[in-house]
Design a protein around this ligand. Structure first.
Ligand SMILES: Cc1ncc(COP(=O)(O)OP(=O)(O)O)c(N)n1
Ligand code: 3NM
Ligand code: MG
Length: 212
């Protein structure tokens, strides 16, 4: 993941069948600029996560796109992922880092908290994630973040920040202007009426427009 202009960070749907999802991921990644893909499967076995990693990881990595696993540092290391994303109720950052090693990406959910973000950044996180910025149906988001948090963080800190939660091609402009380094998106890409490729193109255009 490079830290230059704002870039797209795709998060998978929480339930997927790898063989059926593979062409959708390919379409998304071949359509435009994507920095990163996070495999975020909920309520499934470790073996199902392994199978999904084996099917989807090469699609991202062959295109120079980082492949990050949500929640499971041990499986991330075992399956050759580029890193792991951990939340406040998951494996603590320091333990996740020990498991995946210093060369891997470790991202940390920080909700709407400056304090959590400073802790994660000082500990060595590769990025901090703030959210949810907008209402989302993808998960029950307990916290609500404001664009001002991105502005404060990006003006003070070097560690990249990710914005997540209900982000669409239509509402992302203020997050980009406020300094988000990455926009993490589920629904607005995988549920786009014209398909994930059209969704990525529309995000790339919206980001470029907001960056002026
Ligand atoms: C990029 C990014 N940001 C936040 C999250 C949420 O992580 P967490 O709070 O652990 O919740 P779950 O995603 O595990 O339900 C994320 N996954 N990715
Ligand atoms: C996985 C996740 N984490 C969030 C947080 O606020 O930490 S919001 C969220 C769901 C993002 O999905 P969509 O782009 O469909 O809203
Ligand atoms: Mg988690």
């Amino acid at each position: 993941m490079t830290e230059t202009a704002c870039r797209l960070y795709l998060v998978t749907p929480p339930v997927l069948e790898p063989a059926a999802f593979a062409p959708k991921l390919t379409e998304a990644l071949d359509a435009g600029d994507v920095a990163c893909v996070q495999l975020r499967l909920k309520d499934c076995s470790d073996d199902a996560v392994r199978r999904a990693c084996d099917a989807l990881r090469p699609i991202a990595q062959d295109r120079g796109v980082a492949f990050i696993l949500n929640d499971h540092p041990e499986l991330a290391r075992e399956t050759g992922c580029d890193g792991v994303h951990v939340g406040q109720k998951d494996t603590p950052y320091a333990q996740a880092r020990r498991i995946v090693g210093n060369d891997a990406i470790v991202g940390v959910t920080c909700h709407d908290s400056r304090h959590l973000a400073m802790e994660a950044g000082e500990a060595g996180a590769d990025y901090v994630a703030f959210g949810a910025f907008f209402p989302t149906t993808t998960k029950d988001a307990e916290f609500k973040a404001e664009p001002e948090l991105l502005r404060w963080w990006s003006e003070l800190m070097e560690v990249p920040c990710v914005a997540i939660g209900g982000i669409t091609q239509e509402n992302c402009g203020p997050l980009v202007s406020a300094g988000a380094d990455f926009l993490a998106v589920v629904g607005a890409v995988w549920n786009h009426p014209d398909g994930p490729g059209a969704a990525v193109k529309a995000f790339n255009a919206a980001i470029a427009a907001a960056e002026g």
